[in-house]
Every structure is written in structure tokens, then in C-alpha cells.
Design a protein. Structure first.
Length: 314
């Protein structure tokens, strides 16, 4: 993929984030959406001229994620010489969050705390949401000089474990942003030199996913870009379908079979079921719903249909 990334579009999201930042009260924004749609790019564009501690969770054990988080806090204080140096390590997340309030109290501007790929933090340390709940209620809210951003690519996790009514964090968010793929007009902003005819082709091929679009070389023709992006074994998107499914699901081969059936023109439930060789109908319902949740598949109801069985999955 191209190393140069031109930030375009997302004007509404940036404007709303900046309004939240200007508020005198504590703010908690939830940003989520399928992988590759530009959530992290949006966050980095928003925080680039503001004091911010950015930390990204990874798939590892709790101690390693806490260590990385501690390093990010420490690095922020080192980069700002007017701040008291942070401890190199924290014993737990509550201590780390509490110290972030100490940092915020030394700043003249509101401090932004970003926890990107929040699901990885929570999967390695399930208690983190409860710890965060306590700190928000008893430390962050009364001080009102912190803006917290939780970001995640796991759609089901963010909607159920962060925004859901059973989450310890329920009711504390002040804004939520479900980031979607680019529109055709956003795509034109990113690829201004491409003809309208080729633009439609690129949009159809990529589905408007920003990270895929950034790999397009506007100096190459459509056929050469397709070859460079998809068709060579070392192409950046050659293994993208399997990689995306492996990141999202425990049994990616099942989802791949379903997507293969849909790609081959099987858009009705029974046709997908037959082509994907699943054992029972109920499992296909679950798998399709999960694919819909992460934005890979859509379900549509024909205009004059009277039954859910007539849904199609284009």
C-alpha cells in the first residue's frame, strides 16, 4: 500500500469531535467500525494539534498491554518537559488512569486519552471496563479536563461490551461514531485525477474502504492498478479476504465459504446454505448476522416480499 496518506472527508466527524473537545465538561467518545475504514486516521487527524496520550491495544497478555500503556504515558511526559515524569510502570490500570488525571491537571488544555483497539485491552484484562467506570465517575468527571476516546474494530464487542446496557461503561459515553466506508464523493476527493468511469470501477472493487483506495496509483490505468493491488502474490490486498476473516472470526473457513457462495451469485438464503455446505439453517443465520455486523454483507428485503425468508444477501 502507498505509504503516503492524504486525509480527506470525515468533515462532520472532525467537526463534532472538536465541538466535544471545546466543551468544559468531561467527554467520552466511542469510535467504531469495520477494519480499514480509517478510524485511526480520523483520530490522528483530530489529535495532531492537541495534547493527547494515544495507546493501542494488541492481542497479547494483560501484563504486556499494561506495559505498553505505561510506556505511552511515560513517553508523553518525556516529550513535554514541563510535566512531572511519569513512572515507567504501573501496577494496574486504575493506577495508570489515575495518574493520567495528574498529567491533565498540569496542562493548560484539555488532555485527550485514546485507547485504540479497546477490545484487545478488554480481552486481555476483562476488569478494565469496570476500572474505567470507577475512574470516570470519581476522577475524570469531577475534574472535567479529560476527553476519553475508545476506539474498536470489533463491531459486536463495541456495540455489546462498550455501548450495551450490560456494560460497566453504559451511559457514560457522550458521543458515538460508527465510521463507514467512503461515499463515491469522498472517493473522488481521494482520487481527483481518476476519470469518473474508472472511479466507479475502483469504488465498486474496494467498496469505498479508505485503506484499499489509498493503494491506488492515479498514474496507472485501471487494469494495472488491479494487478498491482490484488493479483500478484506480493500484492498488498492479495491475502486481504482471508486475513480479514482470520482477524474477526474463530472459524474463518466457514465465513469464507459463505462469502464465496455470495460472490458466485447465490444471494438467497437457501442457495447460500446449499452452496456453503453447512449442516443446519440456524448456523447460517448466525454466520450471516455476524458478517452483516462487521459490514461485509448486507441483507435486503425485496419490495413486495412478505417473509424474512425472501431476504437477499447481495
Amino acid at each position: 500500500m502507498s505509504s503516503h496518506y492524504l486525509f480527506v472527508a470525515r468533515e462532520n466527524e472532525l467537526s463534532r469531535l472538536n465541538r466535544l473537545y471545546q466543551s468544559p465538561a468531561f467527554q467520552m467518545a466511542i469510535i467504531y467500525g469495520r477494519r480499514r475504514v480509517g478510524k485511526t486516521s480520523l483520530i490522528r487527524e483530530f489529535i495532531k494539534d492537541k495534547p493527547a496520550i494515544y495507546s493501542q491495544g494488541i492481542q497479547t497478555i494483560a501484563e504486556q498491554n499494561l506495559k505498553l500503556f505505561s510506556n505511552d504515558i511515560s513517553n508523553f511526559t518525556k516529550e513535554n518537559s514541563n510535566l512531572t515524569p511519569s513512572p515507567e510502570n504501573f501496577a494496574n490500570y486504575r493506577d495508570a488512569f489515575t495518574y493520567i488525571q495528574t498529567i491533565a491537571d498540569q496542562l493548560s488544555q484539555k488532555l485527550i486519552l485514546v485507547l485504540d483497539e479497546y477490545s484487545y485491552f478488554a480481552q486481555s484484562e476483562p476488569a478494565i471496563s469496570s476500572e474505567l467506570q470507577y475512574v470516570i465517575d470519581h476522577i475524570f468527571k469531577p475534574s472535567s479536563n479529560i476527553m476519553l476516546i475508545l476506539c474498536g474494530s470489533s463491531m459486536s464487542f463495541m456495540e455489546k461490551q462498550v455501548l450495551g446496557i450490560k456494560s460497566p461503561l453504559y451511559g457514560r459515553r457522550t458521543a458515538q461514531f460508527k465510521i463507514k466506508q467512503f461515499t463515491i464523493f469522498d472517493t473522488k476527493k481521494l482520487l481527483p485525477s481518476v476519470s469518473n468511469e474508472d472511479l466507479l470501477a475502483y469504488y465498486g472493487i474496494t467498496g469505498g474502504v479508505p485503506q484499499y483506495l489509498t493503494g491506488i496509483d492515479q498514474h496507472l490505468n485501471l487494469q494495472d492498478n488491479i494487478k498491482e493491488l490484488f493479483l500478484y502474490p506480493d500484492s498488498p490486498l492479495f491475502n486481504e479476504p482471508s486475513a480479514l476473516l482470520e482477524q474477526e472470526f474463530n472459524k474463518p473457513e466457514i465465513y469464507f465459504a459463505i462469502l464465496t457462495a455470495i460472490a458466485n451469485g447465490k444471494s438467497k438464503f437457501n442457495d447460500i446454505f446449499t452452496a456453503s455446505h453447512l449442516k443446519n439453517n440456524s448456523s447460517l443465520v448466525r454466520y450471516l448476522n455476524e458478517l452483516i455486523e462487521i459490514g461485509i454483507v448486507q441483507s435486503k428485503m425485496p419490495l413486495y416480499s412478505t417473509s424474512n425468508k425472501q431476504k437477499i444477501y447481495p
